[in-house]
Design a protein around this ligand. Structure first.
Ligand code: NAD
Ligand code: DAU
Length: 348
């Protein structure tokens, strides 16, 4: 079946993996990547597929409803996979308004334009990509299930929870054909080095200190980004309308143990005596309202859609480190803002 799929945030970390997967796997689909190209998005993430005939990039802001109306009309959009968001918790603490405007108002704009453009809802899908952080914070026991009550605790997670509620409200009120998924922490190539894994890799490489918030005993559940992209593919094609699917790696790590594992891998790759990088670890002031533990129960997506993670954490971390060590220009460009400047001038 032919489709014209609008993927928002396709120049970002997860979005670029989703765009690559869909462009390569579905030549019948036209993929329209709609992205504002903030500091977190850059088209260098997609150079391998940018010339494919089924791929188009449109620079635009989901806060701008007219820009969305235009892209829907020009490209006769049939489906939406919505990833565009402000995504970094620390930034949401220092400046929540961008999160409220992009994540809440931007999602509302996208819902409104889809509702107006799709005269009948048959054969359309509005798929919203969300996070496990909407469920709040766990103690030592238990897992997040799809029906775990929402309890967001940071401006980021509150903005994502709000957008999830809007998406579900459009399903119940208007019959909008929506799907949602809530995923745990992703890691892999092309992630902006403000998030834990690439930040630590970059700092180990450049011999900078490794800032661990608090005691480092907060727990996250880590998933290989390409496995998340595969899950999104499966949910888009086989997931039920109106349903939510939790996606996770069954792979919990305390931050301190994860950073120590990265130090070991990096010492080996950089031919440094084992133990060298670990000396860079520095315990710093804790994140305000720092959620203690996230852990996803991903049974529903396994039982209903047959998805499970494909690689071990050890292999995934090694691949991730290898990617950052062999893409030093990418790393230098994103940390210096060079791509941001280049692409904003190119797509003024
Ligand atoms: P990211 O920050 O790497 O990328 C976000 C992308 O959205 C960038 O390309 C940016 O330019 C674009 N964008 C931001 N504001 C925009 C706007 N107003 N209009 C258009 N484009 C805009 O984020 P990510 O880590 O790839 O996350 C993608 C999505 O997945 C987000 O919705 C996030 O909440 C969700 N998510 C992320 C994780 C994770 O571990 N990173 C886990 C679960 C869910
Ligand atoms: O759970 C899914 C979420 O995972 C996504 O929705 C978010 O978009 C994504 O950013 C991520 O949120 P976290 O806050 O968990 O990710 P971050 O990489 O910022 O931090 C991971 C853990 O590491 C967290 O407990 C805070 C800690 N940390 C982070 C940084 C950047 C440190 O100890 N030191 C650091 O320098």
């Amino acid at each position: 079946m032919k489709k014209n799929i609008l993927i928002t945030g396709g120049a970002g970390f997860i979005g670029s993996h989703v765009v690559r997967l869909f462009v390569n796997k579905y030549p019948n689909y036209q993929i329209i990547n709609f992205d504002k190209l903030t500091y977190a998005g850059n088209l260098a993430n997609l150079t391998d597929i940018e010339k494919q005939p089924n791929y188009t990039f449109v620079k635009g802001d989901i806060q701008n409803k007219h820009a969305l109306e235009k892209v829907f009309k020009t490209h006769q959009i049939t489906d939406v996979i919505h990833l565009a968001a402000e995504s970094h918790v620390d930034r949401s603490i220092s400046g929540p308004m961008d999160f409220i405007l992009t994540n809440i108002v931007g999602t509302a704009n996208l819902l409104e334009v889809s509702r107006a453009r799709w005269s009948k809802f048959d054969h359309h899908i509005f798929y919203h990509i969300s996070t496990d952080e909407v469920y709040g914070s766990l103690g030592e026991e238990g897992f997040f299930l799809e029906d775990t009550p929402y309890d967001p605790r940071s401006p980021y997670s509150a903005s994502k929870a709000s957008s999830d509620h809007l998406v579900r409200a459009y399903f119940h009120t208007y019959g909008m054909p929506v799907k949602l998924s809530n995923c745990s922490n992703n890691y892999g190539s092309h992630q902006f080095p403000e998030k834990l894994v690439p930040l630590m890799i970059n700092n180990i490489k450049t011999n900078k200190s490794l800032p661990i918030y608090g005691k480092g005993d907060n727990v996250r559940d880590w998933l290989w980004v390409e496995d998340h992209a595969r899950a999104i593919d499966v949910i888009f094609h086989k997931g039920k309308l109106g349903e939510t699917y939790n996606i996770g790696g069954w792979n919990e790590w305390t931050n301190i143990n994860l950073v120590k594992a990265l130090c070991r891998i990096m010492d080996e790759k950089l031919n440094r005596p084992i133990g060298t990088s670990q000396k860079l670890i520095t315990f710093v002031k804790d994140r305000a309202g720092h959620d203690m533990r996230y852990a996803i129960d991903a049974t529903k997506i396994k039982n209903e859609l047959g998805w499970t993670p494909s690689i071990t954490f050890k292999d995934g971390l090694e691949k991730t480190v290898d990617w950052y060590l062999s893409n030093t220009q990418w790393l230098d460009n994103v940390t210096s803002g060079a791509y941001e400047k280049y692409y904003s001038e190119k797509y003024l």
